[in-house]
Structures are given as structure tokens and as C-alpha cells.
Ligand binder design. Sequence first.
Ligand code: TRP
Length: 373
Amino acid sequence: MEEDFNVTAYKVEGNVDYTALEKRFGIMPITEDMQSRITRLAGESHYLIRRKIYFAQRELSWLLDQYEKGNKFYVYTGIAPSGRMTVAHLIPFIMAQWLQEKFNADVYIQIPDEEKFLTKNDPNLTIENINKLAHEDAMDIVALGFKPGKTKIYIDTENATQIYKHAVRVSKKITYSTIKDAFGFSNETNIGAIFYTSLQAVGTFIKSAEENRKIPCLVPLGVDQDVHFRVARDVVEKLGYYKPAIIHSRFLPGLKGDPKMSSSKPEDAIYLSDSPETVVKKVNKAITGQQSTAELQKKHGGNPEKCSVCQYYKFLFEPDDKKLDAIFKAERSGSILAGEHKADLSMKINKFLENHRKNREKIENKMEDFMLK
Ligand code: TRP
């Protein structure tokens, strides 16, 4: 059967079949056994792993073997700004912060302020504007509870001195035809976009290069980012470092039912900067898995898998499994109606955002302690 969906680093379309995607990308599921190893080593489980929101991996068993032998890993992830961060963008950083806490891991975070400049045709996305957003993002990330001294954020145009020398080593080992195939680029693609993947690769060995020894690296990412590392993994090994281990997450759907929340569709996304009224307005317009009328819903019930409200609880706003179960059951049985459901989600999101803003205020003047020097 024709698989009518598409996942690349620069576009996600159609209904994503994650099992089919594993085959396409050559990635493997996170098994129950790997899950329990992580739980044992961390001392607790994480809902994003338990709920298989992180569903696939590369080299995870190897990474855990290394950890058990006393060879500790560091964590690397990133975000390319094109607007203020959405709640969907938080997923890799929530994971990274937890890994920092439970595995005492250093975390490197790349904010490539040139990526969207190079790959999007939006006149507002000037290098100056994106650089401002990069600093906003850095604060939103640190506000999640990252530790000073163990967290190193770098912004590409500002930290070029530390990263460019590594990127050129990567770029020399990747040919134009490899990039063209991997990213679906054409002869009209600008050469900055072609080079960019070598900058994204740097984080997988930056700590090893700084300390001049091989250090395992774990990259939590949205599965659309896998392609960068498919290209880079072999190269990184040729440069004398370990291939990175990766864990891949599913996409938080858009409020309007898009398979991936898009920061370029304001009505589909919740931004960290949204006011409480905006959140209520957006959530009220979200699609649910419910029947067309209250009568029918009470009679037949709805489908939580197709309900963006239920999915928001699952991905971010209800970490308690028992409570999540109750929400899903109520949706299925028809005992909760859309209005009530949405009012409750709006309240939870607003509570989260309010708390986030408070945390952010506390670190706004301390950002120097979190930037790569
Ligand atoms: N390319 C990513 C984006 O579009 C940003 C990014 C940079 C990243 N380095 C990363 C994502 C490492 C995951 C892991 O947002």
C-alpha cells in the first residue's frame, strides 16, 4: 500500500505512520527491556518514555552498557528559532533536563540562528530577528530547570569560534550528492542550507573534542531530525568519536489536527508567550475526537487518539498515568463533553505557562552561567 505521509527535516505531511517510519529511517523501537533499564538506572521512569512518546532509538543499549561500565554520557539537542517557542518545542528539553538530573549528564544545546534563515523564504526571518529569538529561546529552555555549569547553550552566529572548526571537519567528509539525496535538495538550493547539517553534527562530539577523549552522547530529538544524524553518524566515527545514540519522539499534533504542531500556524499552536485569554480561545477551537453533538457523544463516546485535547494531556499536561487514564476513559465513554474537557485543559496549560514565566524571570539575569564559553 502507498504510504501517504512524508517526514523530512523541513516538512511533515500526511498522517504519520510511526511503524512505517521506523522502517524508512532504519531506526528501532525502544523496547520494554530498554525502558526498564532506564527506569532502574534513573531511579524512576519518565512519562515521555513510558507512554512511548519517545518511541524509537539508535544505539540506546550500547549507551546504557557504557553507562553501567562507568562511561557516562552527555546529552545534546537543539532548536532552530523561527518564532517564539511553542509547547511542542519543549519535549526534547523536558527529556534533556530529566536526563541531566537523573544521570548527572552535561547538556549541550545548539540554537542555530542561521538554519531557518537559510531554509525558509520569510522576509521577517533576518539573521538579526532570529538572533533575538535565539536569546528568548535560551531563556525558555533554562527556565525548565537546567543546572548552571552543566548546561552549555551555543548560538551559531555568536559561538562560531567554538564550533566552526569542528563543522568544517565534518563537511569535508560529506558530499553534495549525499546531502541532495538525504534532504531532497535541488540544484536551486542555496549552499548555506547544504552546509548546515555539518554544524548540527558538531554537538554529537563537541564535548569529546573539547576534552580530547571519546565520550558517549545521547541525542533526544523529534523524529524529523533523524536525517541530519543519519548523514553525520558515520562521519563522526571517521573523525575518531563515538556515533551518537539517539531517542526519537513523536510529534505533538496541532490543535486543529495537523500531524505536527507548526509554529508557523498560530491558531494550531500554543506559544509560551500566549496570554491566558489566547490559550482559552485557541483550545476552544481545537478539534476533539468527539461526536458532532452532545447527544451522540453521550451515546457513542469519542476517540481519544484523534482528540487533540486528549493528546495535549498525554504529551505534556497530565504526567499522572491514572489521571490520564480517567480522561481517556471519559472521552471514550462519552461521560465528558467537549466544553468541560477544553475548559480543564486551558486551565492546566495556563497554570503551566504562569509557572514557566515565573521560572523564566528568575533566570533572566543569570543567562551567562548557561552559555558556552
Ligand atoms: N534542526 C533543529 C530544528 O529545526 C534544531 C537542532 C539543532 C537540533 N541541533 C539539534 C534538534 C540537535 C535536535 C538535535 O529545530
